[in-house]
Write a protein of this length. Structure first.
Length: 822
């Protein structure tokens, strides 16, 4: 979440025994092989119970043989599990390809569709060899959301006919036209079964109490709905159509494609692109879920290798098509469930595929009891939930409703490939509109000056309006120019600076953004993407007199600067965060962390943690100190904050963050070096809580900084980078103080209780001010504490939280991020 423009929190994975937070600072989840194997085994069963009914339902929705769904589920689990690049992603038949596959079966027949699937897998292999997997992520989220909405609407309309006891038509418009007649004459038994499934799917996640939680964990909603509908229809001997699994000896295999070459090429391309994009977006989302689980104390999981994942998907589609299975893609529902169930490696994915194989061989008699109406209702609910209100709010907030609607309508009316093409054209049109519609306005300031505000890219297309606004400003006025875009081209640059020279010559003053000095250069980048304008206006603007001399800037303590920052917040940042703050005001705060740090003005918590409203419960004091439990400190504020964070907010992590050049530690060290006593006053009494940090530094091995590969050096506490011995000693005390305050924290009764339960994690951090470098404490038994440098995000890696919206696909009624944050 951005510090200034937060995005909604990603959905967090549910708790599980294998993903319980560790109490050790820097610890991470289960470590013994037995525990890891047990976690994967448990997760594989959970995923299998979701995959089985959904695979049958998707096969039914496409019009393929029902065995084809089971083949794709088994191949996706085993082949992609072994060869793919996303360890926790679960692959198989997906709702996103349902409409495409159904169209291909209707046009070419099932056996040719199998061959098209195999050829699409071969194309995916070729794309993976070109290492273009990441380019799939450039697709606008509005297009992806709209595509899924169109597919979901098409699925829901077709499956509604089956639930009502009829047969679906070949297109969404035909299904919509025939719906009134079908509603007038439904088959009551089929409708009853479907209504029961829908009711269970909606009510199952809302089962109350602890018993309800245990039931939900034991049986996913999809499985519970299908099992209950099957049992009641069988026990009541209802006359409904049921699953028919022909003998495997008559299972249809692919044949050479027949038909127009261009049509077949388009079919292969469509399967390739949609399956690849859906798989890669799902892999990125699974990375985010795994990272969120790790931050909460769960196990570490390697990040996804997207090119390898695309290669694994290609092999799986070749195998699935060759064996008469549906197209395979990464599936958000199963992948999210896999992470939430505590999976720690690719073994869970492979095992889930094995369970599908076992069920295919041993449970045929049971599977043939399932009413087709139950499977149709299951897939219908999935389709309805693909038209996600979260997506609609997201595209509305980003002013991309036109792209979303154009894509959704295009997919529903014309088909997936045509609809995506329409969405791309709409996205290009919106981008051109934004590029050519730069907002330029001017307003008077309280001191008699004028502010000119430019919102958007400042190009030659905006020069006429810019010149008109600048020409309306009075002579000899003080003018502040604010640029909220990221680019100024040559023509706009010349216009601005020609006007500036003229205005200065007339005796006026001009304030321009710092760095606006070269044609075609970017405006200050921090102002646009993060809109941290209060800080920008304090530090990155300069005043210029008519003769070009800079006007002396008042100190940062000036009330004028503070009020200016407040005004800038109200005008630029408040509109961005208002919606998120309104949500927090309605729902209350639910931070996951208590963050205790120093009151030093150079340490800006929201900046170094990329956090925003609702993320951190922050406590700041002199020296980031925690009074030891049981001491009469005369100040209960820290203890009260700890108690409130644990008992009321339920945070899962307590972080103590120190920093270099700490004034409190410098004062403590100075008193100790001179063998003096702490001053008798509030500051002296407070610093007494840091005395144990001095004792730790003297008595044991000192903590050290490990810069690793990032700086090419490791510090053991000596001078480095131009630091003298005194600064090195001060740094050693600052590091020891973080470790000592964590020990004080662990002694508090509420903390000790949560640590014993395994539901709380302690984390130490250190911020080197001069280097703008963050370090995280790594403590291992029998070894000196080490603070390891946090490396920046490398090129080609996805940020763990960003300002982009995440794609959500419903999991038993809840939205799971698939492309979640900031």
């Amino acid at each position: 979440m951005s510090a200034c423009a937060p995005t909604p929190d990603s959905t967090q994975p549910g708790p599980s025994s294998s993903a319980a937070p560790s109490s050790a600072a820097g610890g991470s989840g289960p470590r013994s092989p037995l525990v890891r194997h047990r976690a994967d085994l448990s997760a594989s069963v959970s995923v299998f119970l979701i995959a089985l009914p959904l695979s049958l339902g998707i096969a039914l929705a496409t019009g393929a043989p029902l065995q084809a769904g089971l083949v794709a589920a088994a191949v996706g689990g085993i082949v992609v599990g072994l060869l793919g690049g996303a360890p926790l992603q679960v692959s198989g038949p997906a709702a996103g390809l349902t409409v495409i596959t159904a169209d291909l079966i209707h046009q070419y027949g099932w056996r040719t569709t199998c061959a098209i699937t195999a050829l699409a897998g071969l194309t995916q292999l070729a794309l993976s060899a070109l290492r273009v997997a990441r380019s799939a992520l450039v697709v606008s989220p509005a297009i992806v959301h709209g595509m899924l909405a169109g597919i979901g609407a098409t699925i829901a309309l077709s499956q509604l006919h089956i639930v009502l006891g009829g047969d679906p038509e070949s297109s969404a418009l035909d299904n919509l036209a025939d719906l009134p007649g079908q509603l007038a004459d439904p088959q009551l038994t089929s409708l009853s079964v479907g209504a029961l499934v829908v009711a269970v799917l909606l009510l199952w996640p809302r089962l109350p109490g602890r018993a309800g939680g245990l039931v939900r964990k034991a049986a996913p909603a999809a499985l519970a709905a299908v099992v209950l509908a099957t049992f009641l229809s069988w026990s009541l001997s209802l006359d409904v159509s049921r699953v028919d699994l022909p003998s495997w000896s008559s299972h249809a295999l692919p044949r050479m494609p027949e038909g127009p070459v261009l049509g077949l090429f388009a079919a292969v391309l469509t399967i390739t692109l949609v399956a690849s994009v859906e798989s890669l977006l799902s892999a990125v989302a699974v990375d985010k879920l795994a990272s969120a689980r790790q931050r909460a104390g769960g196990p570490r999981v390697p990040r996804a290798d997207l090119d390898r994942e695309l290669r694994g998907q290609g092999v799986a589609n070749m195998v699935s098509g060759s064996l008469g299975g549906l197209p395979v893609t990464g599936v958000a529902v199963r992948s999210s469930a896999n992470v939430a169930a505590g999976a720690v490696s690719r073994r869970s994915t492979v095992l889930h595929g094995c369970w599908v194989l076992v069920a295919t061989g041993l449970l045929v008699g049971v599977l043939e009891l399932i009413p087709l109406g139950a499977l149709a209702a299951l897939v219908m609910v999935v389709g309805v939930q693909m038209v996600n209100i979260t997506h609609i709010r997201s595209v509305t907030r980003h002013r991309e409703v036109a792209v979303y609607v154009a894509t959704a309508v295009g997919v529903t009316v014309f088909g997936v490939l045509e609809g995506v093409g329409i969405g791309i054209l709409a996205a290009v049109a919106v981008a051109l509109h934004r590029l050519t519609h730069t907002g330029i306005s001017q307003e008077p300031l309280p001191d008699g000056g004028h502010r000119v505000r430019v919102r958007g890219q400042l190009t030659f297309l905006a020069v006429p309006r810019l010149s008109r606004v600048l020409g309306q400003l009075p002579e000899r006025a003080r003018v502040v120019v604010e640029l909220e875009g990221t680019f100024v081209d040559h023509a706009a640059f010349e216009t601005l600076h020609d006007w500036r020279a003229s205005h200065l010559a007339q005796g006026g003053t001009v304030e321009l953004p710092a760095g606006l000095g070269l044609p075609g250069s970017a405006a200050p980048s921090a102002a646009a993407p993060h809109r941290c304008h209060p800080w920008q206006s304090w530090r990155n603007h300069r005043d210029v007199t008519h003769d070009g001399a800079p006007i002396p800037t008042p100190s940062s303590g000036s009330p004028d600067l503070l009020l200016g920052g407040l005004r800038a917040f109200q005008s630029t940042t408040a509109p961005v965060v208002r919606e998120e703050l309104a949500r927090l005001a309605r729902e209350g705060q639910r931070p996951g962390q208590l963050f205790l740090t120093c009151a030093d003005s150079r340490l800006v918590t929201s900046m170094i943690t990329s956090s925003g409203p609702g993320d951190l419960f922050t406590v700041r004091n002199i020296g980031n100190l925690v009074p030891p439990p049981g001491t009469d400190s005369g100040d209960d504020s820290v203890g009260a904050a700890i108690e409130y964070a644990l008992t009321e907010l339920g945070v899962s992590t307590l972080t103590v963050c120190g920093h270099s050049g700490c004034g409190a530690m410098r004062a403590l060290r100075s008193v100790d070096r001179d063998r003096g006593v702490l001053p008798d006053g509030p500051l002296g009494r407070w610093l007494a809580h840091a005395r144990p940090s001095l004792e730790r530094l003297r008595s044991g091995p000192s903590a050290r900084l490990d810069d690793g590969e990032h700086f090419g050096e490791t510090s053991g506490g000596g001078a480095r980078g131009g630091e003298g011995p005194e600064e090195a000693e001060l740094e050693a005390l600052c590091l020891a103080n973080v470790v000592q305050q964590l020990d004080h924290l662990a002694g508090h009764p509420w903390v000790a209780q949560r640590l014993a339960e395994g539901t709380l994690r302690l984390r130490g951090m250190y911020f080197h001010v001069g280097r703008a470098q963050i370090y995280v404490l790594d403590r291992e038994e029998g070894r000196p504490p080490v603070f390891t440098a946090v490396r920046p995000e490398r090129g080609g890696e996805e940020p763990e939280r960003g300002g982009e919206e995440v794609l959500s696909v419903p999991v038993n009624g809840a939205a799971e991020p698939v492309r979640r944050s900031g």
